[in-house]
Design a protein. Structure first.
Length: 477
């Protein structure tokens, strides 16, 4: 059996306030909406009466006496105002008659339904408590003690921040600082199911990052979208990125981290905990902007610079990658964590290019060709191309070769050139180029043929293929 104290601050009863009298004197047996004071004497024992009509002065004294004589649990006033407070005589009668006087200015229908659910118990009450927990606990994320207190209030039982003892219910979740446990007295039936469900929600909230990480998580979600969606859609998402503070228009270097020895749930759990840890470490030791996302079962770390970072910036990025990967490998020695680093590129499309390059570099690392951290341009090809392309003669030669494509304008030309570059980088494989660009292989084939037709080039000829490949790479740098 429950008492009035169990309802206070519960689902749909958080607007219920106690004015006088005990809230734990009698078991609560039901709830009744009453519009006439002369019928209060006939209230069932243990009932909570919600009075929907004004009542004051001596009439309120009479009402409290009648309810006390009937053995009612309490009286809820709905028309109380500062100009007409509960008289002292009624307060005294409530204490002596062991009848609670309460007040609400909320939704009466919701209150009556909530009390009726609580009295009846069962699945409806359990679902209401879980529903309330799903709304109230996430804003408390990262504060286990506050989460425990809120969960206890919603369940009507004490919730502790500790491992459960024998006979108790418990739930845990993995967070940046390890497992977080919450426990509470177990209950039979639907009430017990509510305890287990709310504890699970509470553990997730307690183990999560603090609420000031919410903008960080929002930027991370958008970063993942920018890398996963088709190119045209990514360009449309740039405005949202600017609104969230994601520096989409700057220069970007992308790190891709994967636990290559793990699969399934183990892989997901490691990435879930590694993301905030890696981001905190990088931000604590670097003045540039870092953002993180999880994509394709990998951790994406994007370093953004207001200007081209150059060689010094890439060396710093490589040192950052070594440091963060060493820390993650120390915590997860059996995961075989590896990292690929893309080159620096500008804007939304440059961000996507760096991410593709990081993926390619990580693939080489996973194949055992290099150490755990591999940079895409470790051989310096792009730097050599940059030095070459800085000459007027080379610049003119590239523009002359690509002129039919460039004449289409940047919005049409750049996707075509990126597709041809990926196709040639993958030794003429439409399937692997399509995987890198997140396109259908037929789209890759169609774009390549269009470029061949425009340039009048035969990409099966080694010399022409090399010229087009170098020209595309140089122009897109």
């Amino acid at each position: 059996m429950i008492v009035l104290a169990d309802l206070l601050d519960g689902p749909d009863t958080d607007g219920l306030t106690v004015i006088a009298g005990p809230v734990d004197a009698l078991p609560l047996t039901g709830v009744r909406l009453e519009t006439r004071a002369d019928r209060l004497a006939h209230a069932p024992a243990g009932c909570l009466v919600v009075l929907a009509t004004p009542l004051g002065g001596y009439r309120l004294d009479v009402a409290v006496r009648d309810l006390a004589a009937a053995g009612a649990a309490g009286l809820v006033l709905t028309t109380l105002t500062p100009d007409a407070p509960v008289p002292a005589t009624a307060l005294g009668l409530a204490d002596r008659g062991r009848v609670a006087i309460l007040h609400t200015d909320g939704d009466l229908a919701a209150l009556i339904l909530a009390v009726d659910r609580a009295v009846r118990g069962g699945a409806a009450d359990a679902l209401a408590r879980v529903h309330a927990a799903a709304h109230e606990l996430p804003p408390l994320a990262g504060d286990p003690e506050r989460v425990a207190r809120a969960a206890g209030r919603l369940l009507g039982v004490p919730v502790a921040h500790r491992v459960p003892e024998p006979g108790e219910a418990g739930a845990s979740a993995r967070g940046p600082d390890g497992d977080t446990w919450l426990s509470a007295p177990d209950r039979p039936g639907p009430a017990g199911q509510a305890v287990h469900a709310v504890l699970a929600l509470a553990a997730l909230a307690a183990a999560a990052g603090p609420t000031d990480d919410i903008p960080v998580r929002s930027r991370g979600q958008l970063l993942a979208e920018l890398l996963a969606v088709p190119e045209a859609q990514a360009l449309r998402l740039a405005g949202r990125g600017r609104a969230l503070g994601l520096p989409v228009d700057t220069w970007h270097v992308v790190l891709r981290v994967e636990p290559v020895a793990l699969t399934g749930t183990d892989r997901y759990r490691l990435l879930e905990t590694a993301t905030p840890s890696a981001l905190r470490l990088l931000r604590s030791t670097s003045a540039v902007t870092w953002n993180a996302a999880r994509l394709d079962e990998a951790l994406i770390l994007a370093r953004s610079h207001p200007t081209d970072p150059g060689r010094d910036g890439m060396r710093t990025t490589l040192a950052d990658a070594d440091r963060v990967l060493a820390a993650l490998r120390d915590r997860n020695p059996d995961a075989d964590l590896r990292c690929g680093i893309g080159a620096a590129h500008r804007g939304v499309l440059g961000l996507r290019t760096s991410a593709r390059e990081a993926h390619t570099a990580l693939t080489r690392s996973s194949a055992g060709d290099t150490g755990p951290v591999t940079a895409h341009d470790a051989a310096g090809l792009d730097r050599m191309l940059l030095d070459w392309y800085s000459s007027d003669a080379a610049h003119e030669a590239v523009r002359e070769l690509l002129a039919p494509v460039l004449a289409l304008g940047p919005q049409r030309a750049v996707p075509l050139l990126r597709t041809v570059q990926a196709y040639l980088d993958h030794q003429g494989s439409p399937a692997r180029a399509a995987d890198e660009l997140h396109l259908h292989r037929n789209a890759v084939t169609k774009r390549v043929r269009k470029v061949e037709d425009l340039l009048g080039a035969d990409l099966t000829d080694p010399r022409q293929r090399l010229a087009v490949q170098l020209a595309c790479r140089a122009h897109l740098m």
